[in-house]
Design a protein around this ligand. Structure first.
Ligand SMILES: Cc1cc2nc3c(=O)[nH]c(=O)nc-3n(C[C@H](O)[C@H](O)[C@H](O)COP(=O)(O)OP(=O)(O)OC[C@H]3O[C@@H](n4cnc5c(N)ncnc54)[C@H](O)[C@@H]3O)c2cc1C
Length: 442
């Protein structure tokens, strides 16, 4: 028996690709999707912050397009940065035109200096995120976007973060692109996601739900309590009935966050338990608002690097699909990061979000909020720091030795997308299927 824990995209994809094999899929919540969910309130649909589809793997793109045939729309990305009371296009490094001339000059001169000066002495793999920014983009772009934006998002000094995850998320531009961007010349879309796909209706939840017809066995409202990796037994609790059940497994696929999984393993080496407890991450308050005024923005989303704004990004669901709100109204999601143990009240968060949005000219003082709702995304962005670099490979290898495959964004403790979660589930299912068909002794 294969036991799968968590029906987010990684768990659903594993189950879907194991079809016909003996498996059980358990999910703690009453619905599937994990982070990739949507909910409705007062006639508006919100995702757990905006979830847009970008693809780099042809086979996952083909799978999603088959599962959601006729339900996806392609959008040319309208993502902007608001600073110096000016909107400039994302990404910052190739779109400084329109900012005050002295800012453009600092960004340009700083970038040129990276091409002529020696980089930091640290070998690339040991470079901190801050060193990576200075070495690759220069001190002007660091000062005017990269440092304030990332410090606001991560809530930690960028010296503490490593740079091994950065290069595909933050591409280094060529000088020509930076100069064109400073002069306002456009000759190609820069960045890894100049367009994206999004469901025409009902929000991103249609993606996880599209796996359901291909799932043979799923139980919602059941949480993993304990794993005895020596006897290969997992203990679950039905949250509604309060009953527990113990299951034997040959393989356990876990998609829950690594610290949560390791804490539940009753017989795991103590030094790895301690290492798992020291993993760090940042949480996100997702503040969802709606007003009875149409067209508060024509953008998809906007980044806010400046400290005058409490949020690092806001987005406009009805610009992904008008069906996500009521006619004559507008909705907005606001992302405010916080340390996992830091708590703020709903009233405080809504007040902060609202006054920041007024300050940015998106909301007006006389706009009445017809939705003001907050979700707390406990695990949002994991820290790539020096501890993670050592701890994660050791923890994952030990879990594998004990028949536990930890996958997904928080199961591998990484910055990955919906596409990656689906891809990891597919890859693992194919591996497990091959193992069951051809046992190791064969
Ligand atoms: C703010 C934010 C914005 C994002 N935007 C995008 C985007 O635009 N595009 C994109 O491609 N990706 C985006 N992502 C990433 C994307 O959400 C994830 O890569 C993907 O949803 C991860 O799926 P998963 O299955 O690995 O994990 P999860 O979705 O976290 O699934 C894990 C599941 O395990 C369940 N679970 C937890 N504990 C237990 C337990 N003890 N017992 C049983 N079940 C349990 C949870 O309820 C959950 O359903 C974003 C992420 C964040 C944080």
């Amino acid at each position: 028996m294969i036991i799968i824990v968590g029906a987010g995209l990684a768990g659903l994809s594993t189950a879907y690709h194991l079809s016909g094999m003996p498996y059980r899929l358990y999910e703690r919540e009453s619905e599937v999707g994990g982070l990739c969910r949507s909910y409705q309130t007062n006639g508006f649909t919100f995702d757990y912050t905006g979830h847009l589809l970008h693809f780099r793997q042809a086979e996952i793109k083909a799978l999603v397009e088959r599962l959601l045939a006729g339900k996806l729309q392609r959008h040319a990305r309208q993502s902007f940065i608001y600073s110096h009371r000016t909107l400039t296009e994302y990404p910052f490094q190739v779109n400084t035109h329109g900012l005050p001339p002295e800012v453009v000059r600092e960004c340009l001169m700083g970038f040129i200096a990276t091409l002529t000066q020696a980089a930091s002495h640290a070998p690339p793999k040991d470079r901190s995120f801050k060193e990576w920014i200075l070495d690759n983009l220069g001190d002007g772009m660091a000062k005017h976007f990269m440092m304030p934006f990332n410090e606001k998002l991560w809530r930690v000094s960028l010296d503490e973060l490593t740079s091994d995850w950065v290069s595909w998320l933050v591409p280094k531009p060529e000088l020509k692109d930076v100069v064109n961007g400073a002069l306002g010349i456009k000759d190609r879309a820069f960045g890894y996601n100049p367009s994206f796909l999004y469901p025409a209706e009902q929000g991103i939840k249609v993606l996880p739900e599209s796996f359901l017809p291909g799932i043979d066995w799923l139980k919602n409202g059941v949480e993993l309590l304990e794993v005895d990796t020596r006897r290969r037994r997992a203990l679950f609790r039905d949250r509604e009935q309060g009953t527990t059940r113990s299951e034997h497994y040959e393989s356990l696929v876990s998609t829950i966050p690594v610290p949560e999984l390791v804490r539940r393993c009753t017989d795991f080496p103590e030094h790895l338990k301690q290492a798992a407890e020291k993993l760090r991450w940042v949480s996100v308050y997702n503040v969802n608002l709606a007003v009875s005024r149409t067209g508060i923005s024509d953008k998809h989303w906007i980044y806010f690097p400046e400290s005058a704004y409490p949020f690092y990004r806001v987005g406009f669901p009805m610009n992904f699909s008008p069906s996500l709100g009521r006619e004559g109204c507008s909705s907005v999601y606001v992302e405010i990061s916080h340390r996992p143990d830091e708590r703020r009240s709903v009233e405080q968060l809504v007040d902060e979000a609202r006054s920041g949005m007024e300050h940015a000219g998106i909301l007006r003082p006389d706009d009445e909020l017809i939705v003001a709702d907050v979700k707390d995304l406990q695990y949002a962005y994991v820290y790539f720091d020096r501890h993670r670099a050592k701890a994660i490979p050791a923890i994952l290898a030990e879990l594998e030795r004990r028949g536990v495959h930890s996958i997904g964004r928080y199961g591998k403790w990484e910055h990955t997308s919906m596409e990656d979660a689906i891809g990891q589930g597919k890859q693992l299912a194919e591996h497990l299927r091959a193992q069951l068909v051809q046992p190791a002794s064969a």
